[in-house]
Design a protein around this ligand. Sequence first.
Ligand code: GDP
Ligand code: IMO
Ligand code: MG
Length: 442
Amino acid sequence: MTVTIVGAQLGDEGKGGVVDLYGDRVDVVARYQGGDNAGHTVVHGDQEYKLSLVPSGAVRGKVGVLGNGCVVNPATLFDEIDSLRERGLDPDVRVAERAHVILPYHRVLDGIEEDAKSDSELDAGTTGRGIGPTYEDKVGRRGIRIGDLLDPDVLRERLEYVVPQKRALAEDVFGVKTGEEFDIASLYEQYRRFGERLAEEGMTVNAGDFLGDRIDADENVMFEGAQGTSIDIDHGIFPYVTSSNPTAGAAATGTGVGPTTIGTGEVIGIVKAYLSRVGTGPLPTELSDDETEEELADQIREKGGEFGTVTGRPRRIGWLDVPMLRHAARVNGFTGLAINHIDVLAGLGSVSVGHAYELGGETLETMPTTTERWADCEPVLREFDGWSEVDWSEVAAEGYDAIPENARTYLEYVSDELDTPIYAVGVGPGREQTVVLETPFE
Ligand code: GDP
Ligand code: IMO
Ligand code: MG
């Protein structure tokens, strides 16, 4: 059976924690898109792990797969594997031979284009990891794949075609002087060696075959989405998006497991009880209108530790955006929800949600398709009575009924609006700080 974990909002909803929560019954955890732009946190006991590429199941010793839909920076991957080994874990990570490789020039070009776009406010506030430029080269049929690193002749041939174009782009179009990130000989040496290590450690696979065989043998596979639905390249707030599809459909194309297999499993939407956003673009329910709202945002940011996992940037904060969630529920076909960070909102006199939008005299229940129209939306707020601070670990141990009544009213409102049952409620960052209502692999 398969379970797909998808961010319902703007990333950082707590996906890593949910993968870890359900990870005991899982045999393999596979990523299907994105790269080291992701930052997934797993907290277990006094240990905190921040994972960018290694699937979060590694903390429980589960096999990890980076599917063909991912973009892989081998330098980050090996650094992460090495530092997890130093911490006593032994990550078993397999990488799809069809996955595309992030090269140093992709990172440089990511920065150059963000700079160029910033004058017209089109910059997405990327993580600077070269994600967009790598996916561009994939779609432009000039990318280099993991499988190419295993064959030095192919690697050299590919580099000889693409690098002069990248150099010309940086120098002639953007007027930026290039360095060794654009040097064929040094790239060849460095990436040939990455290929050797991948081969020596037996890390490369045909992801579809590898996962298909596991599923045929009745093993449990979890697909770990990165980023979130509203920063999906197709379904998100373009152009303030990432360059891949975090939405559930990509679990099939990004791993080579058929949609009929994934469709018979579960798709769990991960929801943060409010909004946080690293990066730019409009945000109708953002708490930034006046000093009172800004103070409230500061309070939530501090309490929730809302600073980017990858970049350390302070995250923007807003009330829950329910039209955004309705859109996510439709696009992903959620079968269950995990709603996190209920504890962060504790102690507020009242908690609001953007229930709908007002736009040009009309009331909208879901997100408009253009970012400009979304920016013009005024949220129609609905206010809920707040809940007090309690001992959340005790609540997690006792179960759902121990959650303060007003928080349950809030949770049930979200579940009703999305017509989707709640599987888990996050009441703190740790594995044990979760109220579990459903275990999908049972
Ligand atoms: P991801 O990218 O979706 O995996 O999420 P991140 O790891 O980037 O950000 C989520 C942050 O919130 C991490 O620091 C988690 O440890 C933490 N977290 C997850 N669930 C909860 C929760 O229910 N309550 C609190 N207070 N923190 C949580
Ligand atoms: P996880 O998996 C939150 C955002 C960036 C930027 C936009 C494009 O931890 O939820 P990119 O570097 O991908 O080209 O940047 O997407 N972004 C994320 N925001 N969480 C993430 O990952 C993100 N990955 C990318 O801030 O706005
Ligand atoms: Mg994150």
